[in-house]
Design a protein around this ligand. Structure first.
Ligand SMILES: [Zn+2]
Length: 109
């Protein structure tokens, strides 16, 4: 297949320069913002790999956008394992692919 949904999303959300990322506009301290962005990009890449269905690109787009939309509650949803909002100054950046529940990166295992 010539068209790659994964490549399109990678271009839109993951491979952009750090300085142009909208997530940098969050009012976190700069070092934490940078760390958050690295974590988010890592999780978004993992999500793209998880939702790969070459025969059904529309399903991939819908699934990924639903997953991405779950970040609207980034500062409202506590971690489903430890129950805290912040861990080392960071919110729960991981979203379960099936349930979309929030977890800290270190709590998702
Ligand atoms: Zn946690």
């Amino acid at each position: 297949m010539g068209f790659s949904v994964a490549r399109m999303f990678h271009t839109l959300f993951i491979s952009r320069p750090v300085s142009s990322c909208l997530l940098c506009l969050l009012s976190l301290a700069p070092p934490l913002t940078f760390l958050f962005e690295i974590l988010f990009r890592y999780h978004a890449t993992t999500a793209l790999l998880h939702y790969q269905l070459p025969q059904m690109p529309d399903v991939v787009v819908r699934s990924f956008m639903t997953w991405l939309r779950s970040y609207i509650k980034l500062f409202q949803a506590p971690c489903q394992r430890c129950g805290k909002f912040l861990q080392d100054g960071l919110p729960p950046t991981w979203r379960d692919f099936r349930t979309l529940e929030a977890f800290h990166d270190t709590c998702r295992q």
